[in-house]
Design a protein around this ligand. Sequence first.
Ligand code: PLP
Length: 448
Amino acid sequence: MVSKRTQELLQTDAEKVVHGMYVVGRNMGIVMEKAHGIYLVDTEGKEYIDLSSQLICVNLGHRRKEITDAITKALNEIDFVTTFFGITNPYIIEVSEKLARLTPGDLNHFHFTSGGGEAVDSAVKMARFYWSRKGLAGKYKIISLYASYHGSAGISTNVTGLGRGANQNPFGPVSPGFVHVAPPYSYRCMFGDVPDCGQASVNYLEAVIQAEGPESIAAFIAEPIMGAAGMIEFPPNWWPQVAELCRKYDILLIVDEVMSGFARTGKMFACEHWGVKGDMMTMAKGIVNSALPFAAVALNDKVYDVLKDNMLSHGFTYSGHPVAAAASSAALDIYVRDNVAANAAKVGQHIKQRLEAEFVPLPCVGYADGRGVFQALELVKDKKTKEPIDQQMKEKFWQDLFAAGIFTRVIGWLGNRMFICPPCTITIEEADRALDIIKPLVAGLQPK
Ligand code: PLP
């Protein structure tokens, strides 16, 4: 039985707060009011290990003092100034310099937004702007992957490939100019029983490029490892070949590192695992450890040089917010100072070993995917048929996880991937504590 205060808060929430990605008029029955390190604390004083870093966005753990101090300091100097009309501030300049040092290749120029979806919208508009400045306005189509997630904003909703079915997508049809192709999800390959799902996906992408006409395609965009779909990692031959196709057909490559960036996968950016350098990169979440809304799209020299000296009629009121930039700058210092990516790689390796040895043999675990602290378990009713666990099993499992003090999600493309994505700063001991708690719960899932 929860306290009167919690009951009243939940009642008011149900009446007044319309939650995103949830049933309207409902809530999960938990009110979170504090956080520290890898933990969240609810209004009953119960602690939860944040095994999904919230929306895989609190990469450095909760309530980092350096970030709080940077926010306070900036706020005591300036609350807000626009970056429109060529006006600038020291915080956004500093963060741009730091990002240029951290990002791969020659991604040296940054346009700022409040969130990842806005960054994706900006990237698509800039890709089209790039081609129109080159006298090729007919290159406007954007190719992305089914099952991808790129945001809920205007353009990013169209780019997103997850939930395209009528039951999942009540917001109307995809706008013209957006094309989706099959990702190489080898466990459930969309090309059927082929020897190499990665190669089949590459071949199909090339066929689509030719059919649509490369002269009509502005950009290809993808997440290095699909995040919202459930940490779906592609076969090793996929990314290098896709980058090569973009070069061959003169298509801009946009790498969406909103979720996979900032140490998550054991490198600063996930695309570095395959040596891929995008023409643009979108980033959010870990960029500011989610202490404030802040995100960016990076442009490489090639794109920047074409856009240079042209009027950019695009932007958001909070683009380049000085206080959020100060927070981001402090976060970026922590990634470098503490070599957070190396910790994510080390602990991730340990988690992977335990998942493979102790969890994959369990009756309802299909396989383990992902790397670093960007991993997931595919939960199935039957290992042979690969039928996903059903809604009833999932609801019960989720409740059991919360009751055991674990905050994570079982969602993804088919709604059956359990996220194991704690803050990148987690220790091996803390990871073991979390795995020890979830193991009997996963073992308790029984085939039906
Ligand atoms: N791109 C990717 C890869 C994401 O995972 C997300 C969010 O999860 C977005 C874009 C959208 O970011 P935001 O929710 O900040 O708009």
